[in-house]
Design a protein around this ligand. Structure first.
Ligand code: DAH
Length: 337
């Protein structure tokens, strides 16, 4: 029996020392319920009482040695497997990532924000007013009484006889002046409405940016200088501006303001239709009637105002020739900006 036990130990060890061995199979073969060591132990009963403890001790020794060997081999195997898994799952940090499609701001919003930034840089703050507006602020306070012909060019949508969708951002001027004594220096961007048919250059909803400065001693020279700074920052350092006389009921004198074409520089091209100039806004000195109506003394204060279309400036800047493109939410179009 002794030699049988030694043989089992030797066999088991030689099997286990082979790297390709299946440890679990060896365990079952020798230590399992029907394993070889177990069957030797079963034969213990046949031994004499003197031999029994000696063989028992040897059998236990052999079992312990095999178990220990198996345990240490299992440890090594587990460590190898872990190392392999870590190697296989290595992350290549230099590999290209999957492209994340990011949304971005609508071109109108981009242009509006750029305009806001320029004016904020010049000390303006942003004022807001309602889109559903009283006839009073949209027209009357701006020196456009009932039946004034200027209303024809700004026909809009009426909620009641005296509540409408504002046709311009100019009512914010009146609202601000009513609440604030000068100095005033605000811009007011926002949506405006007109009952226009949709075509390449008209929409019943569009956007304007209004500006208003009121203080002691404000002149047309201040207006011009401020607009020139705006135009150069917005369209480029070489941009020049030009005032053409015009009429708005709420300013006197009034002007339409052009910028030199930022594509051809003034020579004449497709964008400026050969003119060399592009009209971008209306402006003027706030009419004394408007100041007075809003509670500001025109003998003490003067001011200038201006209003421009954000669509128009966006279209010019990006060479967009049809306004409808700005509202159709066509991703292929919008992706370009
Ligand atoms: N509100 C005018 C329009 O929609 C634009 C305008 C002209 C605004 C002159 C002004 C201004 O503040 O002074 O046509």
């Amino acid at each position: 029996m002794k030699s049988k036990l030694n043989q089992i130990r030797e066999e088991a060890f030689s099997l286990l020392n082979d790297e390709s061995c299946n440890i679990e199979e060896v365990r079952i073969k020798y230590l399992g319920k029907k394993g070889e060591l177990t069957s030797v132990l079963r034969m213990m009963g046949q031994l004499s009482p003197e031999e029994r403890p000696v063989m028992g001790q040897l059998a236990n020794e052999v079992r312990a040695q095999i178990e220990e060997k198996i345990a240490s081999l299992s440890e090594i195997k587990k460590a190898k497997e872990l190392e392999k898994a870590l190697n296989d799952e290595k992350i290549d940090v230099t590999a290209y990532g999957r492209e994340q499609k990011l949304g971005k701001l609508h071109p109108l919003t981009q242009v509006q924000r750029k305009m806001e930034d320029i004016f904020i840089g010049m000390g303006f703050s942003i004022a807001e007013g309602p889109e559903v507006e009283y006839d009073y602020y949209n027209f009357q306070a701006l020196n456009i009484p009932e039946n004034h012909p200027a209303r024809d060019t700004q026909d809009t949508f009426y909620i009641t006889d005296n509540i409408l969708l504002r046709s311009q951002t100019s009512p914010v001027q009146a609202r601000v002046m009513e609440k604030t004594q000068p100095p005033i220096r605000i811009i007011s961007p926002g949506r405006v409405y007109r009952s226009d048919e949709v075509d390449g250059s008209h929409s019943p909803l569009f956007h304007q940016l209004e500006g208003l400065v009121v203080d002691k001693g404000i002149t047309m020279g201040n207006l011009r200088g401020m607009l020139e700074t705006f135009a150069k920052t917005m369209f480029g350092e070489k941009t020049r501006i030009r005032f053409r006389p015009h009429h708005f009921p709420f300013t006197e004198p009034s002007a339409e303001v052009d910028v030199s074409c930022f594509v051809c520089g003034g020579k004449g091209c497709r964008l400026c239709k050969g003119e060399g100039w592009i009209e971008i806004l209306g402006a003027g000195m706030v009419h004394p009637n408007v100041l007075r109506t809003c509670g500001i003394d025109p003998e003490v204060y003067s001011g200038f105002a201006f209003g421009m279309g954000i669509e128009r400036i966006t279209m010019c800047q990006y060479g967009i020739d049809d306004m409808r493109l700005l509202y159709e939410n066509n991703i292929k179009f919008l992706k370009q900006f």
